[in-house]
Design a protein around this ligand. Structure first.
Ligand code: ADE
Length: 232
């Protein structure tokens, strides 16, 4: 998969070179490039923003630099992803959809956002998705891109090793769909007088599966009762 990220703070994206995504990059599974929006400006101050039409506080990112830089990156297979608190909620389902694409371009807005004509124009050429990672306002799209890229990267075949797996994740499809992942334990069997549940230490796979389901249901009831179906 090819990923291009456009930002006025390219250094913000440096953590993508670490850990899981970093390994996918060095393994050649992900071809990731970060671009500085200011590189296409020609004025002395490298201006990328201006005051909003209609008045109000804050600044809006100008259409011209975005258009010029995106023109260099867009191909017919590209999907433009624009993180914004006014976007569609990012979910595991959307993460899997994005993981299936061959080329993602992330446009990191700052200030009050990007001139809406940029999304309007590119929507006539390629798929455009405006995406919110939650009901809170970040200072810009960069932190959201770190979240989205990490979430989708682990769904690209070959990125997670065999010993890791996305199938039991909270929000994954399948048997445990719509349940948060339950409690997990590792050695030692007793730590500060706290014991690992007996059933997990035995070899009864059916009993272990039933315990895990009950644990997932209990956690979901505690933190996300909205996810439980009537039968749960
Ligand atoms: N930019 C600012 N806030 C955001 C959010 N909640 N999600 C995605 N992008 C954002």
């Amino acid at each position: 998969m090819k990923i291009d990220i456009v930002s006025i703070f390219p250094e913000y994206l440096a953590p993508l070179n670490l850990s899981l995504v970093g390994k996918a990059i060095s393994d050649g599974v992900i071809d990731l490039n970060v671009h500085d929006l200011r590189s296409v400006t020609s004025d002395k101050h490298q201006t990328v923003d201006d005051s909003p039409y209609g008045g109000g506080p804050g600044m809006v990112m100008k259409a011209e630099p975005w258009g010029d830089l995106l023109d260099q990156l867009v191909t017919q297979d590209s999907v433009l992803v624009v993180p914004t608190p006014s976007g569609q909620h990012f979910t595991q389902t959307m993460s899997a959809e994005l993981a299936n694409e061959s080329h993602l371009i992330f446009a990191c807005g700052r200030y009050e956002g990007i001139d809406s004509r940029v999304m309007q124009h590119f929507a006539s050429r390629i798929k455009v998705r405006e995406v919110s990672i939650g009901d809170y306002v970040l200072a810009g799209g960069e932190a959201a891109v770190l979240v989205i890229v990490e979430a989708l990267a682990r769904l690209i075949p070959g990125v997670l090793g065999n010993s890791e797996s996305a199938v039991d994740d909270s929000f994954a499809e399948g048997e445990m769909a719509n349940l948060l992942e339950g409690q997990v334990y590792t050695k030692p069997p007793v730590w500060r007088d706290l014991e690992v549940p007996e059933v997990l230490r035995g070899g009864n796979h059916a009993a272990i599966a039933a315990w895990r389901r009950a644990s997932a249901q209990a956690r979901t009831a505690q933190y996300r009762p909205d996810l439980l179906s009537d039968s749960e």
